[in-house]
Every structure is written in C-alpha cells, then in structure tokens.
Ligand binder design. Structure first.
Ligand SMILES: C[S@@+](CC[C@H](N)C(=O)[O-])C[C@H]1O[C@@H](n2cnc3c(N)ncnc32)[C@H](O)[C@@H]1O
Length: 347
C-alpha cells in the first residue's frame, strides 16, 4: 500500500528502506522524474550515468544516490499521488496538482467518502481521490476506452491503491453511472467532453447535499453544464479557473563598488548596480545553473549602470550574491474550468 501507507512504521518519512519490487520516483529535478520498479540487478541509465538498483535496496526513501561514474546523482523518493502526477505515463491529458488539490477540497472528500469519477484517463486525479477517501471510502472510476481502463487498473495495483479504487469500462455520457450506487455517493467528478449528458445520472447517484465537479477546458462546455445543473435544481453552482504561478529563488549577481563593512556617510551616494533580469532565460539543468553567473555585470564589469560617486577607482569592487525570487518565465496557464454544484433537496 505504498501511496496509502498510514501505519507509522510504513510511512516513508519514518525512514522505510527501499525493497525489491518497490516503485521509486527517481528525481533528477522538479520537472524531470521517472517512476521505476526496483528489480534485483536492474539498472537505470540517464544522462548522469548508470545507477544499479542493487545499490538502492536497503537505502531509505529520500536518499541521494551517486551514479556509477560519480558524475551525477539522483534522489530516490517514495511515490505519492503528487509525484505520480509528475511521473506517470501520459495516455491522455491529465489534471495537475493545482486543480487536483482544489477538487479534493471543494468536493469535501475525507476518509470514508464514496466518489464517482469519469473518465479515468491516465488516473492522475484518481490517485489523489483514493488517498483522500482511504482507508474506508471508495473511488469508482469509469472510462469507455478499454485499454485505458486496463492500463489505469495496472497502475492502481502497482501503486497500492487498488483496495480503494474500482475501474470499470462504461460509457458514462450514454449509460450514466450504475444504478446500484444511486443515492449513496458523496462526490462525483466529471472530465468528459459533454459532461451535461451525464448530469441526470449524477442527480440519481448523489446523496442529498453531495457535490459534483466538472472539469472542462472550454467555456462553452461550462455554459451547457451550468444550464443543465440549474435545470436539475443544483444549488451553489460556481465555476473556478485555478492559475498557478511558480517562482524561482536563486542567487543573482549584483555588483557594488563599495565595501559593505564600512558604514560611513561617504557611502550614501553609492549605487548598487544591477543588470535587469533578462526577459527570457533558458532554464537548463538547475544543478548546472545554480550558481553560475548570469553574464552581464560582474565584479570587474564597469560597462553598465554601475556608478560610484567619489572614490570610484580606489574602492575595491565587491561581488554580492543576494537571493532573488521571480516568477518562472514559462508559467503554465489555463488548463480548464472547474464547475462545482451541490445537490439540494427542495421542500
Ligand atoms: C482527459 S481524460 C481524463 C484525465 C483524468 N482526469 C486524469 O487526470 O488523468 C478523459 C477521459 O474520458 C474518457 N471518456 C470520454 N468520453 C467518455 C464517455 N462517454 N464515458 C466514459 N469515458 C469517457 C476518455 O476515454 C478519456 O480517457
């Protein structure tokens, strides 16, 4: 039960050691991870070298491992729904953590909740739904694409969430959700091309006060869904767009031509020279770039805005590397709209 491990001794943060057969998230950097099943005599090869699995067995999750030639390293992380979303094989478009966390919160999911989902897709959301409702709840997820449903089922088994997830092949827009779950469902999540077709069946499935959420990339889909939700007398119909802005925090070169240890009046007129941040900077390997000067002005460079009034030539040039934070230039934008509504019981 890797992703749902709740017993203290099973929690990776308590230091569980990696065993043969475990799924490990091999972390190179925040946007480059790979899920690997540990096998005896297995090997991982990447641009940092060769990493024999035998050296992983017995190490704690979270360990840094240096490659065979000593040129690079990776981290071996315990799989979580959050990391799985970043490492999973994409068979469809998927939901990412910003939307997922919002969905789990706004559907008010908790241990014991019963949830319906369609379509399953690559199972990105399903893993987070499973963890939210475990150990006593259940996620029933449906996709009309048989191969996708089968591949998702294999992932759920491999990741130890299959005890709380059932995958079935079903056309939810055509047939609706199964009758046997009618009236006892706490939350429904739809990621379908025509979600409004599934709403009458959502009405039958949800308990009173239960919640539905529909994810759609286009506002026209949202409009049609809202019309049907309204017609079906859902309450509190609200649509959100979750936009995430990530920041990079790094050392940036600034140069001054005064000695910071001297706090005298003559420094009042000193100016710190900075090079304006480039509009676009290729983000290569974090590790490679981390402390690399950004080019432009450094300690010896006087061909810029650097200006010191007074003893310019006598003062030693001093390099400062303050920490700066700024948004990544290629922040991901719109992924879709999330429409929530609550099943109301009218008097
Ligand atoms: C975008 S994917 C869902 C991705 C998923 N939310 C995730 O995070 O991985 C949409 C899925 O809906 C399925 N689908 C489309 N129409 C369907 C229908 N009528 N009934 C069931 N599944 C359907 C597709 O096969 C596809 O796998």
């Amino acid at each position: 039960m890797a992703m749902l491990a709740v017993a203290a001794e099973e929690r990776p943060e308590k230091g569980r050691a990696i065993c043969e057969g475990d799924v490990v998230i091999v972390y190179e950097r925040h946007d480059r991870m790979k899920a690997v099943t540990v096998t005896r005599n297995g090997e991982l090869q990447n641009r940092f070298g060769v990493f024999p699995h035998n050296e992983w067995i017995g190490k704690k999750f979270g360990s840094q491992i240096v490659g065979k030639n000593g040129a690079g390293f990776v981290f071996l992380l315990a799989p979580t729904p959050e990391l799985w979303t970043l490492a999973l094989p994409h068979r469809t478009q998927i939901l990412y953590i910003a939307d997922i966390s919002f969905v789990v919160s706004f559907l008010e999911l908790r241990p014991g909740s019963i949830v319906l989902e369609s379509g399953t897709g690559s199972g990105s959301l399903t893993h987070s739904l499973a963890r939210a409702v475990a150990p006593t709840g259940h996620v029933h997820t449906f996709d009309f694409h048989e191969q996708r449903a089968n591949a998702a089922r294999e992932d759920f088994v491999r990741n130890g969430v299959s005890g709380v997830v059932t995958v079935k092949v079903r056309d939810i827009q055509g047939e609706g959700f199964p009758e046997e779950l009618a009236g006892c469902v706490d939350g429904v999540f739809l990621d379908l091309p025509q979600p409004w077709l599934a709403i009458p069946s959502v009405v039958r499935s949800l308990r009173s006060d239960g919640l539905v959420c529909s994810f759609s990339p286009c506002i026209e889909q949202v409009q049609r869904t809202c019309e049907v939700l309204s017609k079906e007398r859902f309450a509190d119909i609200r649509t959100f767009e979750v936009l995430l802005r990530s920041y990079e925090v790094r050392h940036e070169n600034l140069s001054t031509s005064f000695d910071c240890s001297e706090h005298s009046s003559e420094q009042k007129s000193s100016e710190v020279s900075t090079k304006p941040p480039p509009h676009k900077r290729q983000r290569a390997n974090e590790a490679d770039e981390k402390d690399k000067p950004e080019g432009g002005l450094d300690a010896g460079d006087t061909n810029g805005t650097s200006k010191t009034v007074g003893e310019e030539s006598k003062k030693p040039q001093r390099q400062l590397k303050p920490v700066i934070a700024r948004p990544y230039p290629e922040t991901k934008g719109h992924t879709g709209y999330l429409t929530f509504a609550r099943q109301a019981t009218l008097m």
